[in-house]
Design a binder for this molecule. Sequence first.
Ligand SMILES: CC(C)(COP(=O)(O)OP(=O)(O)OC[C@H]1O[C@@H](n2cnc3c(N)ncnc32)[C@H](O)[C@@H]1OP(=O)(O)O)[C@@H](O)C(=O)NCCC(=O)NCCS
Length: 170
Amino acid sequence: MLFVLIRRETAADVEAIHTVTEAAFAGNPGGEAWLVGELRADVGWIPALSLVAEADGAVVGHVVCTRGSVNGAPALGLGPLSVLPSHQRTGVGKALMHTVLGAADALDEPLVVLLGDPKYYSRFGFRLAGEYDITPPVPDWAPYFQVRTLSAYTPALSGGFRYAEPFDRL
Ligand SMILES: CC(C)(COP(=O)(O)OP(=O)(O)OC[C@H]1O[C@@H](n2cnc3c(N)ncnc32)[C@H](O)[C@@H]1OP(=O)(O)O)[C@@H](O)C(=O)NCCC(=O)NCCS
């Protein structure tokens, strides 16, 4: 039985998060692992929303939400989400997702956006952003660009989404 704890990242986790992100996105060396480091140094970093999954004392997964905006109003962008290949399909991604969404809701954030496969993320309440009149920075992303509304959401929040600046350099 694998026990997984979800907790906030600490300074001691930075290297392990880099390793996990590189392993999860092995097909894109440098991309997402580099992005996590750039985000951590950016004004959009929110320490309460960078979470690790720990199993047997080792970091096996990571998720982060950073400050973005919808039509200039604060909102969150989720990603990267990474699980070590050896631990994929054991519920680690699910635990990270539920925890970060609960934390964002507790912080009175209105919504979280992400780019990903709707077949996976719909189980966490994500729907295509177009349903909320929220548009991605790149129009071609629309079939993968999704929104999870939280308690503080109101339909007045619509328009173009901007990620934290480091995403523009990915
Ligand atoms: C995507 C990822 C985070 C999921 O984490 P995980 O711990 O493997 O996920 P869970 O164990 O919680 O859930 C597994 C379920 O999700 C499904 N799933 C995972 N990725 C999926 C996808 N792209 N499309 C559809 N279903 C997907 C699996 O089929 C599995 O379903 P099953 O249990 O019915 O077989 C992980 O596979 C990963 O790190 N992948 C590489 C990096 C990546 O693509 N990150 C997300 C994009 S930012």
